[in-house]
Ligand binder design. Structure first.
Ligand SMILES: *Cc1c(COP(=O)(O)O)cnc(C)c1O
Length: 459
């Protein structure tokens, strides 16, 4: 029998030897012991030594009602009594049907069809292919419309199609020869406004730029892809009010298929079920993932309007079929978890209870603004980005090699809070289930970590 110590040492050794984790510089990573999580409950994670940590980024923006939520655990166990997986190619299954019906009920109006896949990247990839194919073959389509508009700093996933509509050079530039070209419109990054203007006196000049891009090429554009309200991976860029609605109006006016990527912002993180609801917008295609299964299992959905769906109808040998499908599409276990996730929203009135937490967070965040090296504090619902800068006056960033964001989160980790920065933007995105006490602790630890690392050089 191995002792616990021996088991843990073996796990650490094997982790270093066999695992290649995502988005990680391994040379640096291998210098420190891995943090191996064994359990979780609510918003607390426990490592193999029994140390506890608050889950400050909801296990990378996925977890909704907490870990080991009884109802979701039970839904998965129950589904296991029936079947774990059966294909949706030619067949259907009960949880997939029930979930699709629920999604159509709660999604922005007009979205009536659900195409399943298993990650945010595939949800967007599918959206782009559907928008493209629609123009190629639908009665009112135009095969000359082959281009897409995307937003600078956008992140839509890591597969080649979703990287093509992405705009984060650090992640995407290497792959440029493999990507299709898109028309890029400036992201409304108000803290570093391209036009050196201030909202609202700017009159949303970024929308004028977008309209000019569209006008220059309007008979060639198939679709526009955007993250509504918040550009997540770009560093939690919270868009100014009216931008989303403005984009919707332009897409409608010029006959462009609007694709909203709510992979990060969907399922309550902005305070409403979907970000689009804040500006009463219905996209033509909606991409969902991350929180859809409550953060339990890989699942994604691409929702479309009936009009788009009908563009794919025809006789078999017209070949209007959407020739796309992933093996685990509509996985019954994942769909069962997702149904339970949505039921909890209703039964526990989660969005109502969230309002006070969002309010409390915004009060607590005030103090961060006076820290010497905090340039900008951005919040949308329970999504927070705190941008660190070398110089507050000039907004000059820190040199990347100083790894300020990383140092801050490692300091926080030593005090029992797990975060993951985006460069020098400190991100907080707890599960909706977070308690007031946990929110206070997250804010306390984050504040101290930023203060000590940036002002006292202690890290
Ligand atoms: C995380 C994310 C994706 C990619 O989702 P994966 O499940 O990691 O493939 C796509 N779009 C947005 C906005 C995201 O935040």
């Amino acid at each position: 029998m191995k002792t616990l110590e021996e088991r843990n040492r073996q796990l650490e050794e094997d982790d270093r030897r066999y695992i290649w984790p995502p988005f990680t510089q391994m040379r640096e990573h291998l210098r420190q012991p891995p943090l191996i999580i064994e359990r979780g409950s609510g918003c607390v994670l426990k490592d193999i030594y029994g140390n506890e940590y608050l889950d400050g980024v909801s296990s990378l923006w996925t977890n909704v009602h907490g870990h080991r939520k009884e109802k979701i655990d039970a839904a998965i166990r129950n589904q296991l009594n029936y079947i774990a997986h059966s294909t949706m190619l030619g067949l259907s299954n009960i949880p997939a049907i029930r979930l699709a019906k629920k999604l159509v009920e709660i999604a922005p109006r007009g979205l009536t069809r659900v195409f399943y896949s298993d990650s945010g990247s595939t949800a967007v990839e599918i959206a782009v292919k559907i928008a493209f194919q629609y123009q190629q073959q639908a009665a009112d389509g135009d095969p000359a419309k082959t281009k897409f508009i995307s937003v600078t700093n956008a992140y839509h996933g890591d597969t080649i199609g979703s990287v093509s509509v992405g705009g984060i050079d650090l992640f995407h530039a290497t792959y440029r020869p493999l990507l299709f070209e898109t028309l890029k419109t400036e992201s409304p990054y108000c803290y570093r406004c391209t036009y050196s203007k201030t909202f609202p006196s700017c009159g949303l000049e970024c929308l004028n730029t977008l309209e000019n891009i569209i006008k220059a090429d309007s008979d060639r554009i198939a679709g526009l892809v955007m993250e509504p309200l918040v550009q997540g991976a770009a560093g939690i860029l919270v868009h100014p009010r009216g931008y989303l609605k403005g984009v919707r109006e332009l897409c409608t006016r010029y006959g462009i298929t609007m694709i909203a990527d709510e992979v990060a912002v969907g399922f309550g993180k902005t305070g409403k079920m979907f970000a689009c609801e804040h500006e009463d917008v219905s996209p033509d295609i909606l991409a969902l993932a991350k929180g859809i299964s409550g953060g339990y299992l890989p699942l994604a959905a691409t929702m479309t309007t009936e009009k788009i769906f009908e563009g794919f109808l025809g006789e078999y040998d017209e070949f209007k079929t959407f020739f796309h499908g992933h093996t685990y599409t509509g996985n019954p276990l994942a769909c069962a978890a997702a149904i339970a996730n949505l039921e909890i929203f209703e039964e526990e009135r989660v969005l109502e209870k969230l309002e006070a937490k969002i309010e409390h967070l915004s009060e607590r965040l005030e103090a961060f603004k006076s820290l010497d090296h905090v340039g900008d504090v951005r919040q949308c619902g329970i999504i927070i980005g705190i941008e660190l800068v070398a110089d507050k006056e000039t907004k000059e960033p820190y040199p990347p090699r100083l790894r300020m964001g990383h140092r801050v989160i490692m300091k926080a980790r030593s005090r029992g809070l797990i975060m993951r920065p985006l460069g020098d933007v400190i991100v907080l995105m707890p599960a909706l289930a977070v308690s007031m006490e946990e929110l206070d602790r997250i804010c306390d630890v984050t504040y101290d970590a930023i203060h000590e690392v940036t002002e006292e050089g202690r890290s």
